[in-house]
Design a protein around this ligand. Structure first.
Ligand code: ZN
Length: 254
């Protein structure tokens, strides 16, 4: 089968590029977590986002206006995400890092699955559900404790110190991106001689501009993603098969 052979050749090429690189970085989006059972909310009619507009319910104004209502929606997402496990694509990236092939992972995902897979240098540009934070005093609570609070009471979980409603430590729509994470992501992208973009359509800021940063600094871009991206023509290689199969193949060949 031609498709299969092409796929294999793509994996060989990417493995070769990874072996030759000295400062490779991975950049990941929702597509890497789909095999873990977490639907991409931009895919219409999927799961939790089926009947709501994420731009409205997951907006900072919705949280500020009515935290109980916000949590009425968000609690389900928290509880659902807590039970998800990393898949072999997350594990392949962690393994590449532990072998010294990757410097780290920059991700748009808030599902903490890269951390669970063992990635140690992880830059979460949209934050993480791993904790909630008190907007008043900065108190932080881990995911398990938040889920316990959610199970014990209706409405928003509250800060033990000042009783303010806790906010998930994720970037909601309408919120600023975390400055330190963004800076680290740009540093990694500009220093990268190879940026491997996995499971992202590369359309959402800031992830959309990171391949540009790498290319402008003289590095190369590789894509492991289904569907078109704005970088298809400038990428040195594109693997468009299943993300788990593709990364497994690459890992075996590196
Ligand atoms: Zn507080």
């Amino acid at each position: 089968m031609i498709g299969l052979r092409n796929g294999t050749r793509g994996a060989e090429r990417l493995a070769e590029m990874l072996r030759a690189s000295e400062r490779a970085v991975a950049l990941t989006g929702a597509g890497i977590s789909v095999p873990s059972g977490i639907p991409d909310f931009r895919t219409p009619g999927e799961g939790l986002w089926e009947k709501v507009n994420p731009m409205e319910v997951a907006h900072i104004d919705a949280f500020r206006r009515d935290p109980d209502r916000f949590w009425g929606f968000y609690r389900e997402r928290f509880v659902m995400l807590r039970d998800k496990l990393p898949n072999p694509a997350h594990e392949a990236l962690a393994e590449l890092e532990s072998r010294g092939v990757l410097r780290g992972v920059v991700t748009q995902n808030v599902d903490r699955l890269h951390r669970a897979a063992g990635t140690s240098r992880l830059v979460e540009v949209h934050g993480s559900i791993a904790r909630c934070v008190c907007p008043e005093c900065g108190w932080k609570v881990g995911l398990d404790a938040v889920v316990e609070m959610l199970e014990a009471v209706e409405g928003a979980p509250e800060c033990v110190a000042c009783i303010a409603p806790l906010k998930p430590d994720v970037v909601l729509f309408g919120e600023m991106l975390p400055e330190a994470a963004i800076q680290e992501a740009y540093e990694l992208a500009s220093e990268a001689d190879l940026l491997v973009c996995v499971g992202s359509s590369l359309e959402v800021h800031p992830v959309a501009s990171l391949p540009e940063v790498t290319l402008e600094a003289g590095g190369e871009v590789a894509l492991v993603t289904q569907g078109p991206t704005p970088y298809d023509r400038r990428a040195a290689v594109k693997l468009s098969g299943d993300v788990v199969e593709e990364l497994r193949a690459v890992l075996e060949l590196v």
